[in-house]
Structures are given as C-alpha cells and as structure tokens.
Design a protein around this ligand. Structure first.
Ligand code: UDP
Length: 482
C-alpha cells in the first residue's frame, strides 16, 4: 500500500452527552468547543496514524474525530503507509516500549535507515495536504518520524504516544533511544499515564490524557437484548442461526447497515447459553496473553465452575499495522488443540470479521453484553479500552494491574490480579467470582458509575481543548497583532 489514506468519519453531535452528564459538565464542554473553534481560527487539526481499524488507537480516533467535527472544528484523519519491514520495525518498537523484547530483530542503523526512508515518503505526502499553521496530532511510534518534517513545514506538531511501560528495562531504553530523536521537535507530547513519559521528554510540554469510550458508538450503545441474542448466534458463539440479517443499524453516515457475517471460531460447536460466559476481547498480541487466559481458565475454572470462555479478537487479516496477529492466533490454536477434551468443550477462539468496522463493533458490543465477567489479563497495556467498554456494559472485570487498567478498576468495581503471570491465581480469581453472583452484581453497578464519572468522551475532549489552548492561544493572538 502506498499513499496516504483519509479516513472519513461522520461528525457526531456533542448534544448526545446532554442526557448522560450533568448540566454543568455539559456547559463546560460546550464552552471548550467554542474556545477551540476560535483557537483553530480556520486551520485544520489533522490526526495521523498508521491504521484505520483494529486496536484502541483507531477506536479512540473515530470517536475523537467524530465529536470534534461535531463541535464545528475542521478535523481530519489520515493513515500513513508502510511496508512489511516498516511495520515489523514499529511493532518491535511497540513491544519494547511495553518492556517486552518481541521478536529477535534489531533496532540498529539498518532499521533506522528504513524507518527514515518510509517516514520521509509519508512526510512528502503530508506536505501536500497540511498547510502552515495547521495542527498535526501524530499518533504513536509509526508517525514519530514525521515530527521534524512537519515542524519545518510550520505545522504545529503534537506527538501522542498511546503506549508505555510500568517498568524501565533494556528494551524500553532501546526503543526510546530509537524514537526520542524523532520527536524532540514536537511542541507538545501527550501520554495516557504520567509514568509513561520517558525522562528525556519530561521537560517538554507534556499533557496526560487518558482515553475514553463513546457510550453512543456501535461498540458501546445500548442494544435490544433480542438483537444481542441474534448477533451472538449469527457470529456462531451460541446455537441456532437466525433468518436474514442478525441486526439492522443506522451507520454513522446515516445509511443502513446490517450485522450478517459469521466469525471464524476454533472449537467444537456452539456454547451452552445457559452457562456463565467469561470473555476477553483483544487483538491477537502476545502482550494480551490470550493463551495465558486459556490455560488459567482450563486449569482453574473448568471442573470447578460450569462456565465457558470466549477469547475474541479481530480477524488477523484486518489489522494492517500488526504483523504478529496471525502468529499469536496460531499459537493459541495449537495450545487449544493440546487441551483436554473437557476444557476444549468450554473454550472458543473467536476471530470476528473486520470487513465492516461498524458491524465488527456491534459484534464486540453484543459479545461483551453477553458476558458474565470480562477479563483482561494483559502482560502490559497502554490503557486497555476494553476494560472501560466492559464496565460501561455493567460487567465486572478481572484484570492485570498493568498500565491504565489500574486507574480503571477502582475498588468495588472489579478485581485487579496480584500478578499477571500467575495463571493459577487468575483461574482461582475468576472461579471465585463466578461462585458469587451477588458480588458480580455489586461490582457491575459500581463499574458503570465509575466509567461515566471518569472515562466518557467529554472528559477526553476537554483535555484536548486545553492542549489547543496551550498550543495555539499565544500564537494566534500574535498573528492578529501583526
Ligand atoms: N476490538 C475490536 N474488534 C475486535 C477486537 C478488539 O474492535 O475484534 C477493539 C476493542 O473493542 C477495543 C480495542 O480494539 O476498543 C482494543 O483497545 P485496547 O486499548 O484494549 O488495546 P490495544 O489494542 O490498543 O492494545
């Protein structure tokens, strides 16, 4: 793939938040939108990343771009191009910023040269579209190499990093040494958590902006329980297909959509819908440890509690900037084949089609709503949007105490594991919670309140508005006084 791709996101009305948040909170949002419009002063706010679908960044961008357009700002989203080697390098950087080695490749001069070459190609294409005075929000290591060229073009540059580690080790050091020279010229930096900011960037203009979920998106909006049932049957998780489309919906652009595709599922036949369902929704990535979830469940839950497990991820062909997906899924499938028959009967590996992103989102929504407990046993995590998504749907989450998950699971809303690598502890915790329906109900109610208080979109938009205040407030005033 060559060239830049613009992702067209329909604008979303801010007024949707009126019924969800207090009047005071809504007025603050409205005032920030007015201020941001005047700060941009006819210029465009560009978001640039390297994939339009799959994973938390694409998910978050669709929401951010939609609502900021709804607020009357000229906001656009461009996806850069790269080749297999480029994405192997950036995946290596991604893994190492998380503190994990990933593959055994290097981040030396050859990789730097290739990274610089692809970045220069993308920068040349960007220069054709961005005008001096515009603002570029460049997302993640895939776009770090564009910062310098965009500054030379007199574009305001913010580098937004969605990943980080709770630890510092040789891998984090190596990855940051690769990335930091590229981003030093950015005027501001955005991280999801304060401790993700590498030392070399701490003296810059750093904003801490945790992501948020959109309660009204296809991924999270309320669904008719009958549609939920039809979708999970169509997907193939539960028995009994439905006639015609499993559900109809109105797309973001106003056209009609249907949920009609099936998932690719590993496991013999559908699951019993009368049993509790444990779900982890994740990309097929070693750091999400789908295989660990499977082993912990097989050893600690199967035989103790009658329950099923669905490991749910995107079809591996659908996430363009993640070359490891197919490998990780294959490893999980091999591990599943080695499970004893009683565990195989309880566990499904589900790859959801990505041909239609809104359809995929409704499938995730329905599966999350069908779950009894959500789990997120990541070994490392940037933020972990799936946690807030499940909590919003009134599901208690059992998760690793890593990255942004720690902030999301407040006491009384779910369970933070002691150690992400302790599979016995994980299985025991999940089984213990399944045995206590009253605890599940208590966590569920608290989880919804916590998400509305902290992780819905208006909080997120306000933080970006103050970033624009800082970035543009002075400059635009100077422009006018000239
Ligand atoms: N996701 C999806 N379809 C899938 C699997 C995952 O849309 O088949 C979404 C999931 O709902 C969430 C995002 O991918 O919105 C994952 O974000 P998270 O922050 O949890 O992890 P990341 O992938 O960014 O590491």
């Amino acid at each position: 793939m060559t060239g830049l791709r613009q992702v067209l996101v329909p604008s979303l009305p801010l007024a949707r938040f009126r019924d969800l948040i207090s009047d005071e909170r809504y007025e603050t949002l409205d005032a920030a939108a007015t201020r941001a419009r005047s700060r941009l002063d006819g210029h465009t706010l560009w978001n640039v990343n390297s994939t339009a679908s799959g994973g938390g960044v694409a998910e978050m961008l669709a929401v951010l771009v939609g609502y900021t357009r709804g607020a009357g700002l000229d906001v656009r989203w461009l996806v850069t191009h790269g080749d297999d080697e480029f994405f192997a390098i950036t995946k290596r950087i991604h893994n190492r910023i998380h503190g994990a080695r990933g593959d055994d490749g290097d981040l030396g001069p050859a990789e730097a040269a290739h990274y610089a070459r692809i970045s220069a190609e993308n920068a040349a294409l960007l220069r054709e579209q961005l005008r001096p005075g515009d603002v570029a929000l460049l997302h993640d290591p895939q776009t770090a190499g564009l910062c310098g060229a965009m500054r030379e073009h007199d574009v305001h540059v913010v580098w937004r990093c969605h990943i980080g580690a709770d630890i510092v080790n040789e891998w984090t050091e190596q990855a940051w040494s690769f990335v930091i020279p590229h981003v030093l010229e950015a005027e501001a930096f955005v991280f999801s958590l304060a401790h993700y900011v590498p030392d070399a960037l701490r003296s810059g203009h750093v904003h801490i902006i945790p992501p948020s979920i959109d309660p009204f998106s296809p991924k999270n909006r309320a669904l008719d329980p009958a549609d939920v049932g039809r979708i999970v049957r169509r997907v193939g998780l539960y028995a009994g297909d439905v006639e015609g489309p499993a559900a109809r919906f109105v797309r973001g652009d106003g056209s009609d959509g249907v949920v009609e595709r099936r998932a690719s599922i590993v496991g013999e036949g559908p699951l019993d819908p009368r049993l509790p369902l444990v779900v982890q929704v994740s990309r097929w990535d070693h750091l999400k440890d789908m295989q660990g979830v499977m082993m912990g469940f097989a050893n600690g839950v199967v035989g103790r509690v009658d329950a099923n497990l669905a490991l749910v991820g995107p079809s591996v062909a659908g996430v363009t900037d993640d070359p490891e997906g197919a490998i990780v899924l294959d490893e999980c499938v091999d591990a599943w084949h080695r499970l004893p028959p009683d565990a195989q009967a309880r566990i499904r590996l589900v790859s959801l089609p990505m041909d239609d992103i809104e359809e995929n989102a409704l499938m995730v929504n329905a599966v999350q709503r069908t779950s009894t407990i959500a789990v997120q046993k990541s070994l490392a995590e940037g933020f972990g949007l799936t946690v807030a998504e499940a909590m919003w749907k009134a599901k208690p989450v059992v998760a690793s105490p890593v990255g942004g998950i720690v902030d999301q699971i407040a006491p009384g809303t779910g369970v933070l594991l002691d150690d992400p690598c302790d599979l016995d502890g994980f299985g025991d915790t999940v089984a213990g919670l399944l045995e206590q329906p009253s605890e599940i109900e208590r966590f569920a109610g608290n989880a919804v309140i916590h998400v509305v208080d902290h992780f819905v979109g208006d909080r997120h938009l306000l933080r970006y508005a103050s970033l624009l205040d800082e970035l543009l407030g002075v400059n635009r005033a100077e422009d006018r006084s000239e």
